[in-house]
Design a protein around this ligand. Structure first.
Ligand code: B12
Ligand code: SF4
Length: 422
């Protein structure tokens, strides 16, 4: 079959990440014997010309649209991003009779409500590498028999896919998704693992990747990095939820990168625990120059509320170990969650300040995602109705902090040294 894949630029004012997920699905679809075209991310403000061009080029029977972001998770001025995406789907409909299939991280969190909202034909929750080609075979057979792992309007979905060994899936070749990228300084996303068992109270990852931890062989990751390197890219971003999970895999992967002498520069996301001197030094030698350290709070009771498995002491130790290895640390605070008070906020700001971070991003209010402990709590506290599908962003902000916290953070951002002031 002929398939057109459409990634979307949500125009958030920050660089649109390269569409790794869609490229993975495109690679698997091509491997299954279909004709594939992957567009460069199209602008939601003017989708018509790019979609028209894409459709003219391949005359698709199926169009796959990636739904990455639902909103920008900004409580003070939330941007709901599905409205422009609905226009993209409508443009596809007006220009082609192809079936429109949705997928992606944002889609996976809200599979039924996004399908209805965007008015597409079907959607795939979670990884698309095996489910999408299976869907195409089903369509080729005239959609006879039960549909494979898809959401159809008004029908319950079949069970979703979780490949145990990610090496079963091809990694996208540069010609498939990078041949129109002219800036070789761009950070190319790379994924070595999927799934997160840690179950933080507010997190949506289980809906996207599941809770079980699955990986690629380190050899296949390094082989792919080599291919990218030979195509001129030197900067990478490990999009794995926690690069240091498991620490033994992380160390082996770093050793493999070092052995391959790739001379690359990469960033990653680190869970603030399980980083010893050996891992930090291997990461630095392998080319890691910066990590995101999402410790979210500097108050022990709040960490427990968020179901974090680390203590402030561990955060401090991990931060120092990474710093000693020469790796920059970007910290993240998530303030206003369950049991947060003015005192715990001040504690967190002072704690973050004491870590001597390269940068710190403070978020006020927690975006509530379906099927999370935070959502149950918000229902119990009467903040949201039990039947709210949460597609329109809803935020948790501890009672009593509504007026004070945004002002406090604005003041702190103007003058971070005021961390201990009240
Ligand atoms: C790494 C990451 C980032 C990095 C990206 C770095 C880079 N260079 O790529 C950075 C830090 C820049 C970032 C920024 C943001 N991010 Co982010 N990010 C992630 C993270 C952790 C991984 C994304 C990823 O690359 N996955 C790897 C690929 C292979 O997986 P995938 O894209 O999901 O694709 C698979 C499936 O979804 C499916 N699939 C994908 N497309 C399609 C299409 C079809 C048709 C089909 C059938 C299947 C399919 O198959 C793919 C392969 O298996 C996710 C959380 C998560 N675990 O998914 C959040 C996540 C996507 N981000 C999120 C958000 C909100 C943001 C920001 C808006 C934050 C902000 N306020 O700035 C920005 C937006 C940036 C932008 N312009 O789009 C949210 C989106 C949900 C929402 N509320 O909208 C997520 C889900 C995190 C969360 N809170 O739950 N992010
Ligand atoms: S560690 Fe990250 S991905 Fe895992 S549950 Fe917590 S927030 Fe989600």
């Amino acid at each position: 079959m002929k398939i057109l894949f459409i990634p979307v630029n949500d125009e958030l004012g920050v660089e649109t990440p390269l569409p790794l997920g869609l490229a993975c699905v495109a690679a698997a679809t091509e491997k299954a014997g279909h004709d594939v075209q992957l567009l460069t991310p199209i602008s939601t403000s003017d989708p018509e010309s790019s979609v028209r061009e894409g459709i003219k080029g391949i005359r698709p029977q199926v169009i796959g649209v990636s739904v990455r972001n639902i909103d920008d998770q900004n409580m003070q001025a939330p941007r709901f991003l599905l409205e422009p995406l609905r226009r993209v789907v409508a443009v596809c409909r007006s220009l082609s009779g192809a079936r429109i299939v949705l997928g992606g991280a944002g889609y996976s969190i809200f599979p039924e409500s996004v399908l209805t909202y965007l008015g597409a034909d079907m959607g795939i929750q979670g990884e698309g590498e095996s489910a999408f080609p299976r869907l195409l075979s089903w369509l080729e057979r005239g959609a006879e028999g039960g549909p494979p792992s898809v959401y159809l309007p008004g029908r319950p979905p079949a069970a979703r896919d979780f490949a145990a060994n990610l090496d079963a899936f091809p990694m996208p070749a540069p010609r498939l998704w990078l041949n129109t990228v002219h800036n070789s300084d761009i950070r190319v996303p790379v994924q070595s693992r999927r799934g997160c068992p840690l179950d933080c109270a507010y997190c949506s990852t289980s809906a996207i990747e599941g809770r079980s931890f699955r990986k690629r062989s380190r050899e296949s990751v390094v082989e792919w990095l080599r291919e990218m390197r030979e195509s001129g890219f030197r900067n990478f971003y490990f999009v794995d939820n926690a690069f240091n999970l498991s620490p033994s895999y992380a160390k082996e992967l770093c050793r493999e990168i070092i052995r391959a002498q790739l001379d690359i520069d990469w960033w990653s996301i680190v869970y603030p625990k399980w980083v010893d001197v050996e891992l930090a030094s291997l990461m630095a030698k392998a080319g890691c120059t910066q990590v995101s350290l999402g410790f979210e709070s500097g108050s022990e009771p709040i960490l427990k509320q968020l179901n974090k498995r680390f203590t402030c002491r561990e955060v401090r130790a991990v931060s120092a170990t990474l710093s000693d290895a020469g790796i920059k640390r970007n910290g993240f605070l998530l303030l206003g969650g369950p049991a947060e008070t003015r005192d715990t906020v001040e504690e967190s700001l002072a704690f973050a300040d004491s870590l001597d971070l390269h940068a710190l991003k403070v978020t006020v209010g927690l975006r509530i995602y379906p099927n999370t402990a935070l959502a149950s709590r918000a229902v119990a506290e009467g903040l949201i109705r039990p039947d709210d599908n949460l597609l329109r962003p809803r935020f948790y902000l501890a009672h009593g902090l509504e007026d004070w916290l945004p002002d406090r953070i604005a003041a702190w951002e103007r003058n971070p040294a005021s961390a201990t002031a009240n």
